[in-house]
Ligand binder design. Structure first.
Ligand code: GAR
Length: 196
């Protein structure tokens, strides 16, 4: 079984979808760690409720970026993590961690990348930008994380319509429901590809 770490910053609905899908589909993986930059959030509560180790790790706890990166690497190595799933983790992963886990860090983004990605493009801002642009389609993307923010190789995408009456909030909801199907499907595909 692959040992997974899930990184979160908020509600953690994608984390929950992944957790339940792993059990229901009997995927050869186990979420052994939830790491959050916030001491308290929905994701951390969920982890504790289900007996998954939850750790709060934030750059503000350290004197330097390098020390933060080293602590993150140590946390991952100590737990023999095989793969890292970012699920609403709204911080950049330190380059040293990305370099140590090439094509082992996966992110979900609430747009059809390469559109509406990049620095500052997260959460509701993405949906505001999509509506402002007049697009009639949006969706979600699961991709590998590399040093270029939101630019790693795309693993899987799903799209949803943008309706004329949509607000950023209604579009966010539709995209999030799409994410809850997409992320488990992408994980299943990755596990299939990586199994000997
Ligand atoms: C999701 O829509 C996810 O795609 C987005 O944050 C939300 C987290 O929801 N991530 C980003 O914008 C990353 N750039 P969740 O905590 O309920 O899974």
């Amino acid at each position: 079984k692959k040992r997974l770490a899930v990184f979160c910053s908020g509600t953690g609905s994608n984390f929950k979808a992944l957790f339940h899908a792993i059990i229901e589909r009997e995927l050869p993986a186990e979420i052994v760690l939830c790491l959050s930059n916030r001491a308290e959030c929905g994701a951390m509560d969920f982890a504790k409720e289900y007996g998954i180790e939850a750790i709060h790790l934030s750059e503000s706890q350290f004197d330097s970026h390098d020390e933060f990166a080293s602590a993150m690497l140590e946390a991952l190595r100590n737990r023999q993590i095989d793969m890292i799933l970012l699920a609403g983790y709204l911080r950049k992963i330190p380059d040293a961690v990305i370099a140590a886990y090439p094509e082992k860090i996966v992110n979900i983004h609430p747009s059809l990348l390469p559109e509406f990605g990049g620095h500052g493009m997260y959460g509701i801002r993405v949906h505001e930008a999509v509506i402002a642009s007049g697009e009639t389609r949006s969706g979600a993307t699961v991709h590998f994380v590399n040093e270029e923010y939101d630019k790693g190789r795309i693993i899987k995408q799903n799209h949803v319509p943008v309706l004329p009456e949509d607000t950023p909030e209604s579009l966010a909801e539709r995209v999030l429901r799409c994410e809850h199907r997409l992320y488990p499907d992408a994980l299943e595909q990755l596990l299939d590809e990586q199994m000997p």
